[in-house]
Design a binder for this molecule. Structure first.
Ligand SMILES: [Zn+2]
Ligand SMILES: [Zn+2]
Length: 391
């Protein structure tokens, strides 16, 4: 079967779904219209099982059993938009205050295209394919909610893949698949530090414990963690983005609050930094006669691509679409992805699909003018279907 040819024939269908979803964006876990569009399309395919109402209410997963022996592959698409007011001239632009400014509308459309190709190829399909449509990628939590709903069970899923479209990586030809073994997207850990001192008069510091001086020490010591304790070939970055404490020039504050984050690629580095941030902050506070609390409020693991799966995709894409459609990515992205939570459970890989527009028409993801080159979407659907058929 010529998968590329079939996907090109479905191009119009894929684009029409993308446009339909683009015009009615929904965010976070609250995606009833998106869910109903996906359920409507899946119901036409004669799949073995379609479960809607999953996750925190609007996630969907569906199952297709092939006629040949094989294991269980999951393909995941996110489906949430962003609280961004669209500012494009597209005839199908959003009419509400949300926008598909990250391409998740196209992810759904491409996965529906792939599901359609695979449902036509049951006789040739090895094993089982589980299609996962998850909410809340942007807000984080959608993947976990789907895992809790059983999206990786009955039957037990052995591996998972996904693609992210758009212009996240530059230099990849439009329509090509960017692959990478190992680190693909960064881990993010964000935390709040509260430094507790003992307030008093600025003229008598010996009668107080000054949390502002403590904060100064904490800021430089945290940077020293990156420069002195992390292998320079294992990159990490730490930023204190917010600091708040004190009220007037002559008052020593009771407490001082800071918000900070670090990003790393290796899970080992993220674990080490987590431990060392807490020890460093508490140690400084104690030495300076105060105390500290460190609360992590965001903890997203890195997307670490399984080497075999990444290379299998390269081979499958080269064979089915042409070698020019498989491009190795030199560097990972410092953006984080909720897909990482599936990879905590089973091996898998995330791929990049370039839908970059020509020079001058490209806007960054999450920008009110963000758009994609729809004519490339067939290759995303073809790659997913080809992987399922020829993995
Ligand atoms: Zn995004
Ligand atoms: Zn995205």
């Amino acid at each position: 079967m010529d998968i590329a040819k079939r996907a090109k024939e479905l191009s119009e269908y894929i684009i029409s779904i993308r446009r339909e979803l683009h015009s009615c964006p929904e965010i976070d876990h609250d995606l009833p219209v998106t869910e109903s569009v996906i359920a409507r399309e899946l119901s036409k395919l004669g799949l073995d099982d379609v479960k809607s109402g999953q996750g925190s209410g609007h996630g969907i997963y569906a199952t297709l059993n092939g006629k040949r022996d094989g294991d269980v592959l999951a393909i995941r698409s996110d489906m949430d938009a962003l609280p961004v007011k669209e500012n494009t001239d597209l005839p199908f632009a959003s009419q509400n205050n949300f926008m598909h400014a990250c391409g998740h509308d196209a992810h759904v459309a491409m996965l529906l295209g792939a599901a359609r190709i695979l449902s036509e190829q049951r006789e040739e399909l090895p094993g089982t394919v589980r299609f996962i449509f998850q909410p809340a990628e942007e807000t984080i939590g959608g993947a976990t909610s789907m895992i809790k709903s059983g999206a990786l069970e009955n039957p037990e899923v052995n591996e998972i893949i996904a693609i992210h479209t758009g212009n996240l990586w530059s230099g990849v030809a439009p329509g090509a698949i960017g692959f990478r073994a190992g680190a693909m997207m960064a881990a993010t850990n964000a935390f709040k530090i509260t430094l507790h001192g003992h307030g008093g008069h600025g003229a008598t510091p010996h009668l107080t414990v000054d949390p502002i001086v403590m904060a100064a020490e904490v800021i430089s010591e945290l940077q020293t963690l990156i420069s002195r304790e992390i292998n320079p070939f294992d990159p990490a970055v730490l930023t204190v983005g917010r600091i708040e404490g004190g009220t007037a020039h002559n008052i020593i504050a009771e407490s001082c609050e800071m918000r900070a984050m670090f990003r790393a690629f290796s899970p080992k580095v993220a674990e080490l930094l987590k431990e060392r941030v807490v020890a460093t902050v508490k140690g400084i506070a104690k030495t300076m006669r105060g105390s500290a609390d460190v609360d992590f409020f965001l903890d997203i693991p890195a997307v670490m691509n399984d080497k075999n799966i990444a290379l299998k995709m390269r081979n499958v894409v080269s064979e089915s679409l042409g070698s020019e459609y498989a491009q190795e990515l030199e560097l990972p992205s410092s953006v984080s992805e909720d897909f990482a939570f599936y990879l905590q459970k089973i091996p898998g890989a995330l791929f990049f699909h370039s839908a970059a527009l020509s020079e001058g028409h490209n806007y960054p993801h999450h920008n009110p003018k963000f758009d994609i080159d729809e004519s490339t979407l067939w290759s995303g659907a073809a790659s997913l279907a080809a992987y399922a058929l020829r993995r």
